[in-house]
Design a protein around this ligand. Structure first.
Ligand code: ASP
Length: 423
């Protein structure tokens, strides 16, 4: 990456000016939303423009960076060890997040006697049917669906729908093949590497808009919630559930992930968090780890100094399948719902929740509230009807932001950990 220029040097300092601008933007955004929600909602267009600019970058960036990563390795077989390290990291942290969620929700018991299922926010019949359809029945079927997510019959359609997994798989195989073709394809390989560099530079440009874009995104969404009056009412009804998920997420990010980071790098994890703060705050503001990916990649290389080699694979794949925050939330939410409707889950059933929450998190796309949809998998598995999702619906837009921030931080720690496997 061309980390040259005054901005690159400046942003090496954790808590750089940009992060401070973003933080100030978020504080003002929430203030405006609470004070003048209808004015705040007018900023929606600005937020949408920023989101589109980020999303616009995702597909070209993923394809170019994965391909240029393989080309840089010179041989796809060199991906073996780091690839294995990445997959082990994703699986281990997701599992730890789910277990933590299960422990916290059993300790706090936010659902017991707190919620009256009669107050269930009703979902339209159409939505229930949609959710029921989305939920496969057996474990085999879930695994089959996950496997099929890797393949596409039309690369352009996948690109148009920002379905990253088939694009990543194709990029790895295609670039791996290019490395065996020697001088016959030097023009193509050279172009891919240059396109990747150019795209990363372009993201530096986009990041200058981040405080403004984030202000618009946050104020419009919080303003909408305030105008609908769901702030107080929502938190009153499901406040314990909300807090339970938050405590779990905070523990996972600040203890589990920080410890893992420290064990592998022997560096201060909180400094690393500060270095990744622009990505974490963008994740909070967009509620989408895919849309945040360009900023995550830029921050990891420029601010945190992780090598491009590690970032190029670990972050695109991580943004798509590694979702610690979502996994933790899926487990807490499913058990909360069971508690609220008086269904006592046995240890074996909690085990089923653990497995299906992991799969539901892997299957969730990195877009806003995707976890809410894949939650049907978990509910189905323990025999809870999908309409009970109504119990957690009203706070989901807000929780989504926190879990997306943890998802993004988890991916970044993964890149730092996998860095070790390259040496
Ligand atoms: N919004 C989350 C993400 O993009 C996914 C989810 O949990 O809904 O990472």
């Amino acid at each position: 990456m061309s980390a040259s220029g005054p901005d690159a040097a400046e942003s090496k300092v954790p808590g750089s000016r940009l992060t401070i601008y973003i933080l100030v933007a978020i504080v003002f955004a929430i203030g405006l939303a609470l004070g003048a929600p209808h004015t705040a909602m007018r900023f929606q267009v600005g937020g949408e423009i920023f989101l589109r600019l980020l999303m616009m970058m995702v597909v070209p960036l993923v394809v170019a960076s994965v391909m240029s990563g393989i080309i840089g390795l010179g041989d796809v077989r060199k991906l073996g060890r780091p690839g294995l390290a990445a997959v082990t990291y994703y699986a281990a942290t997701t599992f730890l997040a789910v277990m933590l969620g299960i422990i916290v929700v059993n300790l706090v018991e936010p659902g017991v006697g707190v919620v009256d299922p009669a107050q269930l926010e009703t979902l339209s019949g159409e939505r229930v049917a949609e959710l029921e359809q989305a939920g496969p029945d057996s474990l085999g079927e879930i695994l089959e669906n996950l496997l099929l997510m890797l393949f596409t019959r039309n690369l352009f359609l996948s690109a148009a729908e920002a379905n990253l997994l088939p694009l990543i798989l194709f990029s790895i195989v295609f670039a791996g093949m290019l490395t065996t073709m020697g001088t016959r394809v030097t023009a193509i390989t050279g172009m891919i590497v240059q396109v990747n560099d150019a795209l990363l530079n372009f993201i530096l440009l986009l990041m200058k808009l981040a405080p403004l874009g984030i202000f618009c995104l946050v104020t419009a969404r919080f303003g909408e919630a305030r105008a609908e009056g769901i702030f107080v009412e929502t938190l009153g009804q499901t406040g314990w559930y909300f807090l339970t998920v938050l405590v779990g997420l905070a523990f996972h990010a600040n203890v589990t992930l920080c410890l893992i980071y420290w064990m592998f790098t022997r560096k201060n994890p909180f400094r690393f968090m500060a270095q990744m703060s622009q990505a974490i705050l963008t994740a909070f503001s967009t509620a989408s780890s895919s849309a945040t990916l360009p900023i995550t990649m830029e921050s990891a290389v420029v601010n945190a100094g992780i090598s491009k080699k590690s970032v190029e694979f670990v972050l695109p794949v991580g943004a798509t399948i590694n979702m610690d925050g979502t996994a933790l939330y899926e487990a807490v939410a499913a058990i909360f719902i069971a508690q609220a409707v008086g269904l006592e889950l046995t240890l074996a059933q909690q085990g089923v929740v653990a497995v299906t929450a992991t799969l539901a998190a892997i299957g969730a796309a990195g877009i806003p509230e995707a976890g809410l949809v894949t939650m049907v998998i978990v509910l189905n598995a323990v025999g809870l009807p999908p309409e009970y999702i109504g119990l957690i619906l009203s706070v989901d837009w807000l929780l989504d932001r926190f879990r997306t921030a943890v998802n993004t931080f988890g991916d970044s720690v993964g890149a730092a950990v996998v860095e070790k496997a390259f040496h």
